[in-house]
Design a protein around this ligand. Structure first.
Ligand SMILES: Nc1nc2c(ncn2[C@@H]2O[C@H](COP(=O)(O)OP(=O)(O)OP(=O)(O)O)[C@@H](O)[C@H]2O)c(=O)[nH]1
Ligand SMILES: [Mg+2]
Length: 332
């Protein structure tokens, strides 16, 4: 049991918090329901292609966690962009790869499920990585779904490669699949994203909005807290620990003074991983807690007391209950 005392430091990370509400804009005119347009856009691709970075960029807020490690996103998160009469609901999905664990199968099933529910799908490709084996597998899967949903190609991370490499890659990908549109962007730097955003807003069909216009995401606060803690684990631990850790919010207690107490349990696969995560004298877990608490406090705009409890639980990634707790459906 590693219960942390509430940390008094009030800092938060420079990347900005996850958030599920936009700042109020008082001059916004209400849009008549008969004029509203709304569409669901699935964002898919290989792990680490930059899907979540792109979704956050388009939503204008950090809705989905991002890390340099593959398999950061584990379940579908919807980000909402409302612009004029158009509402674009972006579904950020887990990267698609060859699954091994029950958890992996559920993640990949969630990603493909995202395409089934969509009006449009964006295939995000890491332009520097090019056509990897993983991407070839995704293209194979998309060929089977061809025709059911329009596909747009988004070549990302264009800041990392010379421009002359982009056209051959685009040509090769367009040979393998029919893309209605192709975009070249840097989700991180922002270049090319405004154009994509405009085209998305113009492409969504007539229909009533699915979300209030100040919603940014559909992530419940308890899940949000767990994701913020997991993001810190992804950033502060290495090798096998991040992929064998899962976070669940066990308790959410409203205090009379307006603060909230959040108790999270972190499950890891082995006692050795638990030792790494806790660190010498508890230094690492304290830092995870300190940063996560800073972000949460900023996001929830209230004092947060965060308690982290690390448990080793071999085989949690084969357990149905753990998989359901992170919002995934068991895919067998
Ligand atoms: N240089 C550069 N880095 C990027 C760009 N977009 C994303 N990244 C980085 O790529 C890494 C992965 O980004 P994510 O957005 O987490 O990727 P993802 O596709 O959501 O990954 P999974 O959730 O694991 O499938 C992070 O370190 C990002 O900062 C980009 O346009 N340029
Ligand atoms: Mg992601």
């Amino acid at each position: 049991m590693t219960n942390l005392p509430p940390d008094e430091a009030d800092d938060h990370l420079p990347e900005g918090p996850l958030s599920n509400k936009s700042q109020p804009t008082p001059d916004k005119q209400p849009v008549d329901i008969r004029d509203q347009r709304c569409g669901v856009v699935a964002v898919l691709g290989a792990p680490n292609a930059g899907k979540s970075t792109l979704v956050n960029r388009i939503a204008g807020a950090k809705v989905s966690i991002v890390s340099p490690k593959p398999q950061t996103t584990r379940f579908r998160i919807r980000a909402v962009l409302t612009e004029g009469p158009a509402q674009v609901v972006l579904t950020d999905t887990p990267g698609i790869f060859r699954p091994r664990r029950r958890l992996d199968r559920a993640m990949v099933a969630a990603a493909w499920g995202g395409v089934q529910d969509a009006d449009l799908a964006l295939l995000v490709v890491d332009a520097r990585a090019g056509i990897t084996e993983t991407l070839a597998g995704i293209i194979g899967g998309l060929k089977k779904a061809a025709g059911r949903v329009p596909l747009w190609l988004v070549l990302n991370k264009t800041d990392l490669i010379p421009p002359e490499r982009l056209l051959p890659l685009t040509a090769e990908l367009n040979q393998q699949l029919t893309f209605a549109e192709t975009f070249m962007v840097s989700a991180e730097k922002g270049s090319g994203v405004a154009k994509l955003q405009q085209m998305l807003a113009a492409a969504v069909p007539m229909g009533p909005w699915l979300f209030p216009d100040d919603d940014l995401s559909d992530l419940p606060d308890r899940m949000l807290a767990a994701e913020i803690v997991r993001e810190q684990i992804l950033r502060q631990t290495h090798q096998e620990v991040p992929h064998h850790a899962t976070v669940e919010t066990e308790q959410w207690t409203e205090n009379q003074d307006g603060s909230v107490r959040i108790d999270c349990t972190i499950y890891v696969g082995r006692a050795s991983q638990k030792a790494i995560l806790i660190g010498d004298g508890g230094t690492r877990i304290k830092e995870v807690g300190r940063r996560a608490r800073g972000e949460l406090q900023h996001l929830l705009d209230r004092r947060v007391h965060l308690f982290l409890n690390v448990k080793d639980r071999p085989g949690w990634d084969e357990e149905r209950a753990r998989i359901r707790a992170i919002g995934l459906e068991d895919a067998g």
